[in-house]
Design a protein around this ligand. Structure first.
Ligand code: ADP
Ligand code: MG
Length: 475
């Protein structure tokens, strides 16, 4: 049996967490046989190594030559402290310290180059931001060896083949499968534990790419698919997927089972607990996915399966994305004119901006959709250019963006079609003075998304969450 386990930033955040993580790896090995570990960069909240790397690159780009050396020292401190706590002086301590020093050096050199050139390409950013994982896996693998087990740290640049879309690279399934099996199977055969970097991959030319923020979850699923794993487990710092972000809603409860669709919807609309792309490789190969808490390992966490118990019409979780804008195209001349929608979304796609949500406005005289606030101006500009003629003829009167909007999404299979649920949600919002700007029902039939003013988002989430907790009573 093969199990792929991914450990998030806090799970490798310091020596104590890495010890806990090593325990979990060894326990899993006893029951499963083959265990492949994927690890994130060290990330004791609020200091995440990946953020430090990115900040170094950004400040260097801005011409600031003082910040990145400070960040280098801070990173050195974080990694050295873990190494001191885990590796004995007689063992590999010096060797691993030297390896970490090499990465920190490289970080400083790259930031230096960025500041001199005044240029920061997505490619350079990927080379810099992926180093956190390269450092953490070396420490964790060395610790497993110190405990007396065969283990090897592996850069996923050797395993995950991607396209050249830096910052958000897409894995190529066949090439990844071939490389992963060729590299990992011999290790597994001799009972060694591969500890693989999350987040990164490489192009066919061997240039480092990254899979998008939070992409280590995706890495685990990609490797699970490549190895025909029996399960993929994501270890994090909460008891699985919860009914709301526990940092925002203290009363949030852990959800025992969810379907892939429900989790995809939650992740897509802001629930950071799992990366939205993680589900796809698992669905394709029917690999069950579990989310568990490193700091509370006996808690069952959340199991995600296609045939998870379908609690039809149960509200399971609520999530929100802030910092989005609603773009509206409005005009009487749009009625019955074919192709306006196609041209609208074509223009947005050409800007390489993805649309988070499209809503059905009450009148047919407008099209509304949501994009990240940072792209709103570009979208409005692009649309004005695309519809210059229609604007001139006043067939389209106005293209505008409303900023500081939030999308609140409620997830649960069947909630769209279960009588009375939407009514309860809207009365709960209305009773609490949340003004609903627009509504969209996801195509997957397991979610309802509501557009509200950014300042109302917290109240909306809180009140919908109260409904989730109460529903046993009215069901
Ligand atoms: P990791 O470093 O392990 O990947 P993340 O910070 O990426 O951890 O994800 C875990 C965090 O996701 C939790 O600490 C929690 O604050 C946040 N989160 C947001 N929404 C949810 C939710 N619905 N259920 C659980 N956690 C959530
Ligand atoms: Mg994460």
């Amino acid at each position: 049996m093969t199990l792929v386990m991914k450990f998030g930033g806090t799970s490798v955040g310091n020596a104590a967490a890495m010890r806990e993580t090593a325990d979990l790896i060894l326990q899993a090995r006893d029951t499963w046989g083959d265990v492949v570990v994927v690890a994130s960069a060290m990330g004791s909240k609020p200091v995440k190594v990946t953020d430090l790397l990115l900040r170094g690159a950004d400040t260097a780009f801005a011409g600031d030559k003082d910040t990145y050396p400070r960040l280098a020292s801070l990173m050195r401190e974080i990694h050295y402290e873990a190494i001191d706590g885990l590796l004995s002086p007689e063992g590999e301590r010096q060797i691993i310290l030297a390896e970490i020093e090499r990465f920190i050096d490289r970080f400083s050199t790259l930031c230096g180059a960025v500041s001199v050139l005044g240029e920061l390409t997505p490619r350079a950013l990927d080379a810099i931001s992926g180093m956190g994982e390269q450092m953490s896996v070396r420490i964790l693998a060395a610790y497993l060896r110190e405990l007396g087990y065969e283990s090897e740290a592996i850069d996923a640049t050797e395993l995950i083949l991607t396209d050249g879309n830096f910052q958000n690279a897409a894995p190529q399934t066949a090439g990844t499968r071939e490389r992963t099996q060729a590299r990992l199977s011999p290790l597994l055969r001799v009972d060694a534990i591969p500890v693989v970097t999350g987040f990164i991959g490489a192009t066919a030319d061997g240039v480092t790419t990254t899979l998008g923020r939070g992409g280590s979850d995706f890495s685990a699923a990609i490797l699970g698919q490549a190895l025909d794993a029996d399960e993929v487990w994501i270890w994090t710092d909460v008891d699985g997927v919860m009914s709301a972000d526990p940092r925002l809603v203290p009363g949030a409860i852990s959800i025992p089972t969810l379907t892939f669709r429900e989790v995809s919807e939650l992740a897509y609309y802001g629930a950071k607990v799992i990366h939205a792309k993680t589900m796809r490789p698992c669905v394709e190969n029917g690999i069950p996915l579990r989310i568990k808490n490193t700091f509370n390992p006996t808690h069952p966490g959340t199991v995600i399966e296609e045939d998870a118990v379908r609690t039809n019409g149960t509200l399971k979780a609520v999530t929100a994305i802030k910092g989005v804008s609603m773009i509206t195209i409005e005009g009487k001349g749009m009625i019955g004119v074919p192709g306006i929608a196609a041209r609208t979304f074509g223009a947005v796609a050409r800007l390489d901006i993805s649309v988070l949500l499209i809503t059905q406005a009450s009148s047919e005289q407008s099209i509304c959709f949501i994009v990240p606030e940072s792209s709103a101006a570009a979208v409005v500009g692009g649309l004005e250019a695309a519809f210059a003629e229609e604007l001139h003829r006043h067939d389209i009167e106005r293209i505008w963006s409303r900023d500081q909007i939030a999308i609140v999404t409620i997830v649960g299979t069947g909630i769209q079609t279960t009588h009375g649920i939407a009514g309860r949600i809207f009365s709960a919002l209305g009773d609490n003075r949340v003004n609903v700007i627009a509504i969209a029902q996801g195509s997957t039939e397991c979610g309802i998304s509501i557009v509200v003013a950014g300042e109302d988002a917290g109240r909306a989430v809180e009140n919908v969450h109260a409904l989730i907790l109460q529903q046993e009573r009215w069901r």
